[in-house]
Each structure stands twice: as C-alpha cells, then as structure tokens.
Design a protein around this ligand. Structure first.
Ligand SMILES: O=c1ccn([C@@H]2O[C@H](COP(=O)(O)OP(=O)(O)O[C@H]3O[C@H](CO)[C@@H](O)[C@H](O)[C@H]3O)[C@@H](O)[C@H]2O)c(=O)[nH]1
Ligand SMILES: [Mn+2]
Length: 685
C-alpha cells in the first residue's frame, strides 16, 4: 500500500508521429513562401487591369497563411490523458468529496422534458456515493411540464438507480422508458409560490431511499426569477443562480455542468475527473476538467459537419498540450472556488475533508425559502456576479470567456477524452440550425478577441504565448469570412472579365499553388479519416467549411460590429434539439434541408449562381480561343471556379431540381439570381 500511495492518479502521453507532422508543416511553409515570392514579384503594373484584385488576393492569402500558422501551432504538441481510478478509490474511497451537478434547460418546446430528465437521471446514476451527489436543474423556461417531468424523475429514480447499479447498465439515460410514460393527470401541483426552488429529494432525509433502501442523490428543481426590467443573461445567469443556490444546499467543492441534452454516457466520469483534482502532485493547480462534446444523432457522412471530430480528437488535445483546453460549456468539472472567481496561488491546497461534511442543518422548507432570495432577479444588482464572480455575462460564448479568465487567474485546465465517451448530446439536424449555432459561436468568440479579455491582453505573461495563439483558432473564426468571401467572389468575376490572377499553367510558379493546395487538402483528408470520418464526410465538411465562412462567420462579424456601434443587442438563440418526423427523415438520408427563406440562404445561393455563371463564361472563352492558348492563363481560375460549382451542387438542386418542401424557396431563387446577375453585370460593365 505504501508504495502505491506515491503513484500519480493520472498519466499524460505525447502523441506519436510528430515528426511526420513537422515535415508536412515544413513543406507547406516552403510552398507558402514561394507563393508570396510570386505574388510580390508579379504585381501587375499601374496601368494593367486587375492590380487591385491582385492585391486583394495577396492579402487574402496572407490571412490564410496566418490562420494556417495558428492551426499548426494548435496541432504541434497534442497530449492525451488517462486516469487510474483504482488508485483513487484505494486511497480516498471514504473521503471522496461531494459533487454538485448543474443541468440547464431553457425551453420545454425545443428541449423536451423527456430529454431533460434523461440527462438528469443519467447523472444521478453516476457510480459514486449517492449521499455525495447533488443534482440541480435550472429551468429558465419555468415550465410546468419540465417540473412534472422532474417530479416523475424523482420517483422513477428509486427504481432506476438500483437497477443501473445492479446490472451495471451503460449509458444510464432511461430514454426508452420515458418515451412510453404518460403525462401526469389531475390539477396542477405547481403553485406559483414555490416556483423558484424545490428540493425534490433531500439526500439527508431518512426517507430519501430507493426501493432497496439505499440513499438517493439530492435532487433540486430551480426556476430562477425573471423580470423584463432585469437582464437574465441567458445560460450564464442560470449557472450563477445555480452556483449560489447550491452553495446553500450542498456546497460541494466540485461542480459538473451539462447542457440538458448532454446525458452521461459513462458512469465513471466523476471518478475520472477526481483523479485529476485529487492527484497529490499536480492536482491542486487544476481548475477545470473539460470532456469532449460527443453527439448521438450523427449520420454516416455527417452532412452538416456536426461531429466536430478533428476538434475533439486533435485540436483540443493540442490545446491541452499548449497550456490547457478552453471551457466549452458542457461536460466540464469545475472547482467551486475557481468558478466563483478565486485566484490560484502556490500555497493553495484543497481541503476535501472539510467539504465532505455537510454543514447545512436547516430543514428543507427553510432552505427553499432562503434559496429563493439567492435566485431572485435583483440579487445580483451591484455585485461582482457576472464580472469577477461566476460565469461572465454579455457574451454569447460565456463558456470560452469564463475559461480564459480562469486560466489567466493561474489555474490549469485539463482535457480528458476517455475511450467510452463521457457525455453525448444532440447535434443540429438542419443546415440553418447549424449555421445559426456557428454564428452565435463566431460572434461571441470574436467579441472576446476584440475585448480586454483577449488572451493576448488579459493573458499577457499569465498564460503561455502558444496558448494565446491557440485561442486564436476559435476566436478568429469570424474574421475568416473576409478572406474567404474574397476568394470565392473575385477570382470568379475576374475570370468572367478576362483578368488572370494566377500563374499560367505552363509557368513553373504554378507548382507552388498546386503543391500547397494538394498537400494541404490531402493532409486534411487524412486527418479527417484518421479520426473516424468517411471520404464523403470529409467532402461534406469542406462544404460546411465554406458555408460557415460565407454566412455564419460573416453575420457573426457584422453583428459584432453593429453591436459595437450600438445598433443591436445580441441574443442567445437556443439550438433546437427535436425535429419533425419528415425533417428527421431527410436528416437520416443526408438530404440537405433548406425549406425556409433566410438571408444566409440567399448568400449561399447567390455565391453558387455567381460561380456557375463565371464558370460557364470562362469555359466559353477558353473554347472560343483554343488557338491563342488563353486557357493556359486561366487554368487555375477555372479550376477554382469549377470546384466551387462542384461543392455547391446541393444548392443548385435545392434551387431548381428539388420539388420537396425542404428545397430552397422561390423567393430565395429570385433574389439570388438577381444579385448574381447584378454582380456579373457590374464586373463586366
Ligand atoms: O437563456 C438560456 C439559454 C440557454 N440555456 C441553456 O444553455 C445550454 C446551451 O444552449 P444550446 O442552445 O444547446 O447551445 P449550444 O450551441 O448547443 O451550446 C454550446 O455553446 C454554448 C455557448 O454558445 C454553451 O453555453 C453550451 O454549453 C455549448 O454546449 C442549454 O442547455 C440551454 O438550455 C439556458 O439555460 N438559458
Ligand atoms: Mn446544445
């Protein structure tokens, strides 16, 4: 026993095959240098046409190269973790700390109560001493339905938890059961006066036991007060109310936070997380442990690129290797002090024993009463909540922002990606949902970059430079829109007009371009397939890459600017988590879902039409002048334009060939045709 006591609770491995990656990076770097030498040495003279177009292209390429550099920094040093849970239970089984688990929900229609209680039940069923588990549901929708469902869950868990433990079932979300359960009958139980805090199961009471007489986890329903004159700050506001209420009821030193659709898929996750927090040597500096976001509703070729596989399997480990992953809002274990705003200091040492004893002796009803005050809408007036305490406000990615602040206060974060995924959620099932979600993310991320919370500013001398650069990958998503829009519009219009922007196909400079494009894309394909994707999935991902950059990021960028100028207020558009049967069916069949008119679709359709027009006219020009070898001049531009046409095939189908309800509406077709023709007309005069 004595020998085992000195062994660490977790191990860190460095990824293999780094030398190959470094070689690839070197190749691309050299290729990029050649491209710039070409660009700078071949600038069209003042009187030549296309001088400005050329410069723009040069700046776009400069941007892409910078962004490539950032993604290379992210990938430079990925690390992987594993835990030794047997050592943990061997040493600490009797002294395990309490855990408070926060589940957030906001809308009973797009986040059905069935899904919410599945998540709640799955986290109640963790393989952990139940008297140390406390589950809180924050219901921003204040919905009777959700409340009923929670009441039902508080009864059902008495059968469910012993069942899970006896048969060691995984995952522990009883979806199938609740699909068939009937809605509660009778008069509404939920009177308005206890609409704020309700302790459904108090783990301290002797009657709170399951059918086998085992203690149950504490279960609390919270619907914080909301009034129009007070901003409720979306999820960040809900989380902060939960932090306060839980501090009164259970005050556990560790907080797990999950979205209502992210059920626990692995009953060991709490123990995994504790291996990091309780490690004798490195544990004290750990502020939070981020698990990946996994999704249960993905299709084989993932039309909307929702799997985030490369991000979760490679880029987040890269984040970890560069100094610690960002906080991504769900599937994350925090230290209570860290989340509440405390700075890390070298002498800090967690006192698990102190925490593991319950200090609250008040009766349930007294607790509920006092907690209502903590969840009232005016409680935060003139306090540091949302600024230096709790999750930060006024940003649509409160999670990333809060994570940056925590790291800058000296805490380390850890990324842990176990073989059996810790959490599974729901990825968007329509194109528009996916684009809107990315708009929220890119806008919030860019907001962080442009604020005083920018990792280069706030993190100056506090977090490593490579971590600051790593953050740029996400924080600069929105900024990608400009270079991308330029690259998909201008070379095509120049083709139409007869201005050549790339070297002739017989010129050896062309090799630099071809080399960089082919090697770069081949690498990305290799990466995608290595992490479990299909070739078609990669192609879909490339399409989504383009669509996000030309719409989500563009609108995210615009909205950020409009907000700065004081014209709009950004809101948190909640991602829908259920779909109608026919929508689901199309999703299963990987048929792209349009169906409504949206400015985003108008942009996508305009770009697609513009490119097809330019492509056709480019081909015509080449065929008309076969003898004069014009095609040599325009080969690369035609190729680029042709690729864009090819990747946009689903748009042409949606515009002209599909007749189902999910095709692109006629209004979008008219608008986009007009815009595309107009752009072409302006280009040729
Ligand atoms: O006023 C609100 C709005 C949202 N939520 C909850 O916040 C969670 C995330 O919302 P969702 O619409 O599912 O957004 P996603 O884009 O899927 O969420 C990702 O991105 C968000 C930041 O943009 C993070 O907060 C999330 O944790 C992260 O999973 C859900 O549980 C919601 O119920 C609230 O509690 N109150
Ligand atoms: Mn979600």
């Amino acid at each position: 026993m004595a020998k085992d006591d000195n062994l660490p609770l977790f191990a860190t491995k460095i990824a293999k095959g780094r030398i190959l990656f470094q070689f690839y990076s070197l190749l691309i770097f050299v290729g990029i240098c050649f491209i710039f030498v070409y660009r700078l040495s071949h600038i069209p003279a003042k009187e030549e046409p296309g001088r400005w177009a050329w410069m723009g292209l040069f700046f776009s390429e400069l941007w892409f190269s910078f962004y490539w550099f950032v993604t290379t920094v992210v990938r430079w040093n990925p690390i992987y973790r594993n835990t030794f849970k047997d050592r943990l239970s061997h040493r600490y089984e009797k002294a395990l700390p309490g855990i408070d688990i926060f589940v957030c929900t906001a809308d009973p229609v797009i986040e059905p109560p069935v899904m919410v209680i599945n998540t709640v039940l799955s986290v109640m069923a963790y393989d952990y001493p139940p008297e140390k588990l406390n589950v809180y549901l924050s219901d921003d929708g204040g919905s009777d339905l959700t409340f009923y469902a929670m009441l039902e869950a508080s009864r059902f868990c008495k059968i469910w938890l012993p069942f899970c433990k006896k048969f060691k079932v995984e995952p522990r979300s009883p979806e199938a059961y609740f699909r068939t359960a009937v809605e509660p009958l009778g008069e509404p139980v939920m009177a308005k006066e206890w609409s704020t805090v309700k302790i459904l199961i108090d783990g301290r009471e002797s009657e709170a036991v399951d059918i086998q007489g085992q203690t149950l986890p504490t279960l609390v329903y919270l619907s914080r007060e909301k009034r129009p004159q007070y901003h409720h700050h979306f999820k960040a506001g809900a989380m902060n109310a939960l932090i306060r209420v839980s501090s009164r009821i259970s005050n556990s030193p560790i907080i797990l936070n999950v979205d209502c659709d992210m059920y626990s898929n692995n009953s060991m996750s709490v123990r995994d997380a504790l291996c990091f927090f309780m490690d004798e040597e490195k544990g004290n500096e750990v502020g939070f442990i981020q698990f990946p976001q996994g999704f249960e509703n993905l299709t084989k070729n993932d039309v909307y690129g929702g799997s985030l596989n490369v991000l979760m399997e490679l880029e987040m480990p890269g984040f970890d290797g560069n100094g610690g992953p960002c906080y991504i809002g769900t599937g994350c274990f925090h230290r209570r002090e860290t989340l509440s705003g405390q700075e890390y200091s070298k002498i800090y040492k967690a006192d698990w024993k102190r925490w593991s004893n319950r200090s609250v002796e008040d009766s349930t009803s007294v607790l509920e009463e006092t907690c209502k005050v903590l969840a009232s809408c005016s409680y935060e007036e003139n306090t540091q909540w949302g600024k230096e305490m709790g999750l930060k406000y006024d940003c649509t990615v409160e999670d990333v922002l809060t994570g940056v602040a925590i790291q800058c206060r000296g805490w380390r974060s850890i990324y842990f990606n176990p073989e059996r995924k810790g959490f599974l959620g729901v990825a968007p099932t329509t194109l528009l949902q996916s684009l809107v979600q990315h708009k929220r993310w890119s806008e919030g991320d860019f907001h962080i970059f442009a604020s005083r919370h920018c990792p280069f500013v706030l993190g100056y001398k506090k977090i490593p430079l490579k971590l600051q650069l790593t953050y740029c990958m996400n924080l600069l998503w929105a900024a990608n829109c400009l270079a991308t829009l330029y690259y998909v519009i201008v070379p095509s219009l120049c083709l139409l007009r007869g201005i050549s922007l790339f070297p002739e196909i017989t010129n050896s400079w062309v090799l630099a371009f071809v080399f960089v494009i082919i090697v770069h894309r081949a690498y990305s394909l290799g990466e995608f397939v290595w992490f479990g994707g299909t070739f078609k999935g990669w192609w879909n991902d490339q399409r989504m890459w383009l669509y996000k950059r030309t719409t989500s990021y563009f609108f995210g960028f615009l909205d950020y600017i409009l907000k700065r100028l004081g014209f709009t207020n950004s809101a948190f558009v909640i991602t829908t988590k259920v779909a109608d049967d026919d929508v689901s069916q199309r999703y299963e069949q990987e048929v792209m879902e349009f169906g409504t008119s949206s400015p985003m679709f108008t942009i996508l359709a305009t770009l697609a039409l513009l490119n097809v027009l330019c492509f056709v006219s480019g081909l015509k020009r080449v065929i008309a002048d076969v003898e004069t070898l014009v095609w040599e001049q325009f080969a690369l531009q035609i190729l680029l334009c042709g690729l864009l046409v090819f990747i946009n095939l689903p748009i042409y189908q949606g515009l002209f060939f599909r007749k189902d309800v999910a095709s692109l509406p006629t209004s979008v077709a008219y608008q986009s045709t007009m815009f595309a023709l107009l752009a072409c007309a302006i280009a040729v005069y």
